[in-house]
Design a protein around this ligand. Structure first.
Ligand code: PLP
Length: 510
């Protein structure tokens, strides 16, 4: 710590607020506050937040929580002491996604090097758009994109870090349309025929959002059937392409999924690539969730054929623990299509007479202006553990998922929705009162109420968090996802025990 902060620490002894007439404008005061706030973050979020003996969440209903937090903003500012209490409260009442019993989302766990990268990013507070304000990060982003592309099998190409898999999918749709009909950029939708995109019934909803946002229309996203494991059926893709043509629409894009959000299914990329080749369609792969299998020698076969795709969405903030948000959109194209599609050539940012190589100003590839730096957290983590370390993490969570499935098969009352391909373990818990009653008329209805009740109970207790959902004809089931390499077989055993503890008195109690 600097001498200035140390003297501050000594003089204030941690209790008083800033003393001068302009509180919160003094750097030393600010740095002192930050030092103290950091201690709270370390203690509450990182120590307690990763401790199995602590709660995953301290649940309160919204009115109660509003009252506890005192969120009202007032004319006057608060004291150092009060503000630290605010920091503590935010930490206390927030969900601990770093906790070993948090299985609710497709992100979980903490990587400390990545977190250091996130702190550094925030402290530097710059925008990724030009080399002049982000020299280190422009170079770093390029290296990361090249590295990730090489894992896909593209020695050349393009890409960009963007805010989310949903945005990557939208970029894919926009670039695919621009390649087919470049006049759309200037002339608008008047200049293009009715277009048709294809994706599986179990693909991410962002494809539909993209179609509506881009003026393609929800009706023109053809939902291709999946098999019992949730993988796209190529024969049905063929049929849907014919169907679209018979309706007068022009097919332009297929979005396959590597790792579907609910079931973790991998579409057969080689077969889909054959169909895209034959029909000259842009092949996008939404690997937001599953892309990280590319690190694993053992499991990357799930994405066999990926090098034949035209573009890819991949979220390292999911399985790799890079921290929200860290998402890349990668393309095989090396003709500058992404930039041509999105650029507006703003003269106040992207001056053509700059003193350095203007290709370093990558910002016009984006539809954003300011763009958050998302590469540093991944880079620092990768530097720390190496490619092998990341591969081990992926292999470890696969193993844990397999362990969980084996343990489930040994217990009565756990029924898999399907045999998992990935680390999503989808299952129904059948309480003793429903076992053997599959033939009853009200069985499905009763079963559908089990997961929501167990979920409510675990939230109120704070013991763990896991998601549930229905899927087409299937009633509510749990989706357990294993992501964090910090978790162990004991956590898996606890998970099963806890589901039993919370649900064994059902359905009698409903
Ligand atoms: C998570 C996910 C997305 C969306 O990513 P965001 O970063 O949340 O926008 C898209 N596709 C799949 C398959 C996903 O699992």
């Amino acid at each position: 710590l600097s001498a200035k902060i140390i003297s501050k620490l000594e003089s204030m002894n941690g209790v008083n607020g800033p003393q001068n007439g302009q509180p919160h404008l003094d750097h030393a005061d600010g740095q002192y506050f930050l030092t103290e706030a950091y201690k709270v973050i370390l203690e509450e979020v990182l120590c307690k937040g990763t401790d199995v003996k602590e709660k995953v969440c301290d649940w309160h209903d919204p009115e109660e929580l509003s009252a506890l937090l005192d969120l009202e903003l007032r004319e006057g500012g608060e004291s150092h002491h009060q503000l630290l209490q605010r920091v503590r409260d935010v930490a206390k009442y927030s969900v601990k996604t770093n906790h070993p019993r948090f299985f609710n989302q497709l992100f979980a766990g903490v990587d400390y090097h990545s977190l250091a990268g996130r702190f550094l990013t925030e402290a530097l507070n710059t925008s990724q758009y030009t080399y002049e304000v982000a020299p280190v990060f422009v170079l770093m982003e390029n290296v990361m994109l090249t590295k990730l592309r090489s894992m896909v099998g593209w020695p050349q190409g393009d890409g960009i870090f963007c805010p989310g898999g949903s945005v990557s999918n939208m970029y894919a749709m926009n670039v695919a349309r621009y390649r087919a009909y470049p006049q759309v950029k200037v002339q608008g939708l008047w200049a293009v025929p009715r277009l048709a995109a294809f994706t599986s019934q179990e693909s991410h909803y962002s494809l539909c959002k993209a179609a509506s946002f881009l003026g393609i229309g929800l009706d023109n996203v053809f939902m291709v059937k999946v098999n019992e494991r949730g993988c796209m059926i190529p024969e049905d893709l063929d049929e849907k392409i014919e169907l679209a043509r018979s309706q007068g629409a022009v097919p332009f894009l297929v979005s396959a999924t590597s790792g579907t959000t609910i079931q973790g299914a991998f579409d057969p990329l080689d077969r889909i690539a054959d169909i895209c080749d034959k029909n000259k369609l842009w092949m996008h792969v939404d690997a937001a969730w599953g892309g990280s299998v590319l690190f694993s020698k053992k499991h990357k076969h799930l994405m066999k054929g990926i090098e034949r795709a035209d573009s890819l969405a991949w979220n390292p903030h999911k399985m790799l623990l890079a921290g929200l948000q860290c998402c890349v959109f990668l393309l095989k194209d090396n003709t500058d299509l992404l930039k041509q599609c999105h650029c507006a050539n703003a003269t106040y940012l992207f001056q053509q007479d700059k003193f350095y190589d203007m290709r370093m100003d990558t910002g016009d590839k984006s539809v954003q202006c300011g763009r958050k730096v998302d590469c540093l957290k991944l880079w620092l983590m990768w530097k720390a553990v190496g490619t092998e370390g990341l591969a081990e993490r992926v292999d470890k969570v696969f193993k844990l998922a397999r362990y969980l499935v084996r343990e489930m098969s040994k217990r009565e009352g756990f029924q898999l929705v399907n045999e998992p391909q990935f680390v999503n373990v989808c299952f129904w818990y059948i309480p003793p009162s429903l076992r053997g009653k599959e033939g009853n008329n009200d069985y499905q209805e009763k079963l559908s109420k089990v997961a929501p009740v167990i979920k409510e109970r675990m939230m109120r207790k704070g013991s763990m968090m896991v998601g549930y959902q229905p899927l087409r004809e299937k009633v509510n089931f749990f989706r357990m996802v294993i992501i964090s390499p910090h978790i162990s077989q004991e956590d898996m055993d606890f998970f099963l025990d806890e589901i039993e503890r919370l649900g064994k008195d059902l359905y009698n109690a409903l």
